[in-house]
Ligand binder design. Structure first.
Ligand SMILES: [Zn+2]
Length: 138
């Protein structure tokens, strides 16, 4: 990957990071204001649940974006965490925070089902616990 390609992804990731931080911060504000609302309990519970789900999704994405930025700093950006091949450029353009090549992502999707938050975490752990990337003596 060329330096200018890297910089392009860095810009996208940093913009995404800022966007997610803003979303998460704004939602905190909404949650506090809602105390004075006259919504009934069921509606409040539903909204709270939705807010939590969105917050989960956004923090999950934020974590992926930050991890990708860290990989960039480490010089590992664009390399599949699992099989260590270069992630396809088209995939990176669509999902710059992708941690896996499309093949490994598909296997992960099949193995871990739809619980995206847990799936990604356990898949990354599995990939990292192989310990193949950084030998202890390095
Ligand atoms: Zn892979």
């Amino acid at each position: 990957m060329t330096k200018s390609e890297l910089n392009k992804y860095k810009d996208v990731l940093e913009a995404k990071h800022a966007e997610m931080m803003q979303l998460i911060r704004n939602r905190d504000g909404i949650a506090i204001e809602r105390n004075s609302d006259s919504l009934d309990e069921v509606q409040q519970a539903t909204e709270r649940e939705l807010a939590i789900r969105n917050l989960d999704r956004d923090s999950n994405l934020l974590r992926k974006v930050d991890t990708a930025l860290r990989r960039m700093a480490d010089g590992d950006f664009g390399v599949c965490l699992h099989c260590e091949v270069d992630i396809n450029a088209k995939r990176l353009a669509a999902v710059p925070w992708a941690a896996f090549c499309i093949r490994c992502q598909e296997i992960a999707d099949l193995s871990y089902g739809d619980s995206a938050a847990n799936r990604d975490a356990s898949w990354v752990e599995a990939a990292q616990s192989k310990g193949a990337r950084r030998p202890a003596y390095a």
